[in-house]
Ligand binder design. Structure first.
Ligand code: GDP
Length: 466
């Protein structure tokens, strides 16, 4: 089961068994059914069975504890929140370990020191992973990521095993305008990596990324080589590159690499494809190592920082409105009014239209679409780039056909005057269903905006919107 289907199945399990169940109370049969369906979906996505069983127990226990603590609480909302939080814990090593120990004291939480390269000194980052996992591609992506943040970055190709590895890195680096080092004649990867790192250190490079060789399988020789390279270049951070499509084998692979390379972070690649992803999630838990980035395509800009809550939000089709706003902000688009409205927990139809217009300027659209909540995100995500653009344009036409008063409203104005929906559909050359879908999406965004504003007033993180 691919990740998008997994999200849909989990959502359905919660919605069908809990949210849509009659009355305000939820009986234990419904909870058990929901848990069974969530577990099956995770297992079909290759998440390790032990991990699934633990998750199931933790959700059940949390529901019991929380409901006991607060008898008047809205049980449906609470269950939604618990499922969301526990799914986050699955991919958030820090919290995972805390829960694993059944220890709820935040002070005892094992802290992970996130690697932050320092300016004006040489930071060495070593990449490890099997051949084909996306190591060389990810090295270049990370180099570009740091270069854009003002670091002086160099790439070293220590893969003397695979013919053509140096050429590949050279090609990627040239395209990205990143200085590189490698050798066609030297066969000792330890020497090449040492020489490359020394050269870049002398030239005051701030980030030196070393791409090591992979093999088709985990082999003694490969691990021995990794240890020697690591000793020679003394990296501040070692990153393991893991192919999200690898399935159940991910766990043993990651464990084997952890034993010899002791990597401190994971980059999960090919998250754009038809990856099940569950194997990779199990690998994260087994090695207790955080994912720091995900690869979402073959191009050098297809690298996203990994945030557990945002990832689960996207997985469940809730959207990542914060990520979207940050992205828009970084593009310096016209945002003032929307930002003001958002800070007040509002999101009008005009805000929605402005955002869609901005999206057309941002591209690639299918990626942006995944940040949108609800059905729209999923719908756009499934469509190709061209179809996505067309869909967004139709939504903009719909709002073009609305009056100023309607645009400035929260959309509820149409409930009082449903005939306007028909008029807008006719005026924009679209269907009534499409207009209704725009109104639904705007309402979902407004709900999130109101949640975000509420939480920031209360000083906490936004609650999940499932
Ligand atoms: P290496 O052998 O580990 O260095 O792997 P490469 O960097 O050569 O990547 C193997 C293949 O995977 C290449 O065709 C890459 O373009 C592709 N690839 C790497 N990362 C991603 C990703 O995030 N998404 C997709 N779709 N392809 C990727």
């Amino acid at each position: 089961m691919v990740l998008a289907d997994l999200g849909r199945r989990i959502n359905d399990a919660v919605n069908e068994n809990i949210i849509k169940s009659g009355g305000s109370n939820v009986d234990s049969d419904s909870i058990n059914l929901m848990l069974k369906e969530i577990s099956n979906a995770l297992l079909e996505s290759d998440v390790n069975i032990k991990l699934v069983m633990k998750l199931r127990e933790r959700i059940k226990k949390s529901i019991d504890v929380e409901c006991e603590k607060n008898k008047s609480i809205n049980k449906k909302k609470l269950i939604q929140k618990i499922v969301f939080d526990e799914l986050c814990n699955l991919v958030d090593f820090e919290t995972y370990e805390e829960n694993n120990d059944n220890n709820n004291n935040n002070n005892d939480k094992k802290k992970i020191t996130v690697f932050k390269p320092k300016k004006k000194q040489s930071n060495v980052i070593m990449f490890v992973g099997l051949q084909g996992s996306g190591k060389t591609t990810s090295c270049t992506k990370l180099a570009v990521y740091y270069q854009r943040r003002g670091f002086k970055v160099g790439l070293v190709c220590a893969d003397t095993f695979r013919a053509g590895a140096f050429d590949q890195l050279k090609q990627n680096a040239t395209k990205a305008k990143i200085p590189y080092y490698g050798s066609y004649t030297e066969t000792d990867p330890v020497k090449v990596s040492f020489d490359g790192v020394e050269k870049f250190k002398k030239e005051k490079f701030e980030i030196i990324i070393v791409d090591t060789s992979g093999r088709h399988r985990q082999e003694e020789q490969l691990f021995e080589e990794m240890i020697q390279i690591s000793n020679a270049v003394n990296p501040q951070q070692t990153i393991m590159v893991l192919d999200a499509a690898i399935g159940q084998a991910a766990e043993s692979q990651a464990k084997a690499f952890k034993e010899s390379a002791n990597f401190g972070a994971i980059i999960l690649t090919k998250m754009d494809g038809h990856a099940k992803g569950g194997g990779a999630i199990s690998a994260v838990a087994a090695t207790k190592t955080p994912i720091i980035f995900i690869g979402t395509g073959e191009h050098i800009q297809d690298l996203e920082t990994f945030q557990p809550r945002n990832f689960i939000s996207k997985l469940l089709g809730i959207g990542d409105i914060q990520g979207l706003m940050e992205h828009v902000k970084s593009l310096n688009l016209d945002q003032k009014d929307t930002m003001k409205n958002l800070s007040e927990g509002k999101f009008t139809l005009l805000d929605f239209q402005t955002q869609l217009n901005n999206m057309l300027k941002m591209g690639p659209l299918s990626k942006i679409a995944s940040m949108l909540p609800g059905g729209l995100g999923q719908m756009l995500n499934q469509a190709g780039e061209e179809d996505t653009t067309l869909m967004i344009k139709r939504m903009i036409y719909i709002m073009d056909s609305m009056t100023k008063k309607e645009l400035a409203s929260d959309g509820r104005i149409f409930i009082q005057e449903p005939s306007r929906i028909v008029r807008v559909a006719r005026g924009s050359g679209t269907s009534v269903g499409e207009v209704e879908s725009v109104l639904m999406q705007q309402r979902a965004m407004e709900g999130m905006a109101s949640n975000m504003a509420g939480m920031s007033r209360a000083g906490g993180t936004p609650p999940p919107g499932i």
